[in-house]
Design a protein around this ligand. Structure first.
Ligand code: CMC
Length: 395
């Protein structure tokens, strides 16, 4: 039996009466085999493999395979994926032109350029509208390979440096480091970049992955889903927090200012970027791994003062707000690590996106397999009926 308009509106328009989860807190939106966040235990696993073990023993390519196909690859499968990824690294010359024009413009954020470039990329893939599973996997591999080239080209163009073509003999992380900095990495920096990308590869139902699967649930294409992910990641409450952390470290300046800065900020109810999480109520395991990485890279770069300041912030926050469940998240130490690698802070979030492209595409593919369009509801709190006043009579 259908409700009348008036009955229907009463069902959905009871402000304050119908309980709902603001920000969808704790609401499962579907089933997934990709990753699991244990917020009370402080654990993150990708398809059953702990993030610590993957960072120590694996590579980004292997993690990408794991997320895409739900199992670790055999040697030959990993080689095949690596070969395919290398063959897809290059981007069309028109994209280099677009990046060269947009990235150096005053006030343009690199995430905006990345969003436009990935969107444009769809026009150069003849299979964009092809939904067959094998083509979707290939599109995913193309996107993950090329987004690194896009990010690196943006980083170089911003600084007025020549954009570099990918090098086939390097790993995904090693080549990304080379395209960003202009030098092939030694083992330490290649592994560090690999760890950064692995740590950012997936994180269950975060805002950008939710955006990506929502777009995919309409049966829109994979490129559109990734663009949606980039758009959501850009915000400072999500991926943009890593850039804000560096800004905070610079504003604090010296160790002596830490306590006063935090007290001022907390008393004004400001957010301390790099702290807090919807799911983790203790230390984010990714932050722990990055803190350990930060020790060596800051020593090499002579930027130990950033780590010292960050650790003092962590200590004061733990003493004062740890009990409220406000602990460092992935973005807190990643800025110190990336800045010590010589990367300028506006590029931190695009680097996060390079890693996360694996998770976005893997979840978008998973969504497609057992799809139902996302179509939740708002609780309507507007008027039930309003007269239409002619324009000249409106006050
Ligand atoms: N600084 C100060 N207070 C905080 C913070 C913070 N970073 N995070 C949470 N709180 C407080 C908040 O004020 C609120 O207090 P009260 O109950 O007294 O009003 C309480 O903790 C709960 O906060 P919430 O906003 O309801 O939590 P949420 O789950 O909606 O938001 C968050 C999660 C990550 C957006 C939030 O913790 C935050 O804004 N953090 C700073 C930005 C940041 O670091 N984002 C990166 C997130 S992790 C990686 C990623 O996704 O990119």
């Amino acid at each position: 039996m259908t409700n009348t308009y008036s009955e229907e509106i009463k069902l959905i328009a009871k402000p304050g009466e119908i309980p709902y989860a603001k920000g969808l807190e704790g609401i499962p939106i579907g089933e997934s085999t990709k990753s699991f966040v244990d917020g009370l235990g402080g654990r993150l696993v990708y398809h059953g493999h702990s993030i610590e073990e993957l960072c120590e023993k694996s590579s980004y390519e292997e993690v990408f395979y794991l997320l895409l196909y739900d199992r670790l690859p055999k040697e030959s499968e990993l080689k095949d994926l690596g070969r395919l990824m290398r063959s897809y690294r290059e981007i069309p010359s028109e994209l280099y032109d677009l990046i060269a024009k947009q990235a150096p413009r005053y006030g343009v954020h690199p995430m905006s350029v990345m969003r436009t470039a990935v969107s444009a990329l769809a026009a150069y893939d003849e299979t964009t509208e092809d939904d067959t599973p094998s083509e979707q996997c290939r599109q995913s591999i193309r996107i993950v390979s090329k987004i690194a080239t896009i990010a690196a080209a943006i980083a170089r163009a911003r600084l007025g440096k020549p954009m570099l073509s990918p090098r086939a003999e390097l790993s995904h992380a090693g080549n990304f480091y080379y395209m960003l900095t202009g030098s092939a990495p030694d083992d330490f920096y290649a592994e560090l970049m690999d760890v950064l990308l692995i740590l950012h590869a997936d994180h269950e139902c975060n805002a950008s992955t939710f955006a990506a699967v929502t777009v995919r649930s309409t049966l829109s294409d994979l490129y559109s889903a990734v663009v949606a992910g980039i758009c959501a990641l850009k915000g400072p409450l999500h991926g943009g927090a890593n850039e804000e952390v560096m800004r905070m470290l610079q504003a604090i300046g010296s160790l002596d200012n830490v306590e006063r800065f935090l007290e001022d900020a907390m008393s004004q109810k400001l957010r301390i970027h790099g702290f807090g999480h919807r799911v983790y109520k203790i230390m984010d395991p990714r932050a722990d791994i990055l803190r350990r990485q930060a020790r060596e890279v800051t020593r090499r770069a002579g930027t130990e003062h950033w780590l010292e300041t960050a650790e003092r912030i962590e200590k004061v926050m733990a003493e004062k707000y740890g009990q409220r469940g406000i602990w460092p998240n992935v973005d807190f130490f990643s800025g110190v690590v990336m800045a010590s690698m010589g990367i300028e802070s506006p590029m931190f979030t695009p680097i996060f996106a390079v890693g996360r492209s694996a998770g976005w595409t893997a979840h978008a593919l998973e969504q497609w397999v057992d799809n139902r369009i996302f179509r939740p509801r708002f609780i309507y709190i507007g008027p039930e009926e309003e007269p239409y006043t002619p324009i000249r009579e409106r006050k």
